[in-house]
Design a binder for this molecule. Sequence first.
Ligand code: HEC
Length: 117
Amino acid sequence: MFDNSAAVFPGALVSVMSVALLLVTGRASADTQPQWRSGQETYTKICHYCHDTGVGPVLIGRGLPAAYFEIMARHPRPAMPAFRVSEIDDASLRALALFLAAAPPKGRPATSPKESD
Ligand code: HEC
């Protein structure tokens, strides 16, 4: 019954859930707009502090999957602080994870052209 109505009115269900989430968080902008402008900005402002300074392992250019960054940011191992939704909202975290997963190793160009010879 519930599943059927969800299939027929997926938009309505999403709207109801969004409203519920807004009521819970009380932050009207959180669901519509990422609080950080880009994944790169989030990285530079937050993760860089430890992950480019030797406190934590290098993250960039290792080909780690995006999901790993999202999981580690919310549920890190003990040496790393966890980041709550109020610090990095879900949309910003997703953008950050996609940025890190796609970022080339440092010192390489952003696109990776094939060696021509
Ligand atoms: C205060 C320092 C600090 C900050 C800020 C920080 N980290 Fe970490 N991070 C660590 C440390 C230390 C480890 C190593 C944890 C361990 O292995 O026990 C780690 C490990 C990780 C790992 C696992 C790496 C591996 O090689 O398995 C990921 C992924 C990660 N951090 C992502 C992030 C992301 C994404 C951010 C930014 C949102 C971030 N971290 C911000 C300190 C930090």
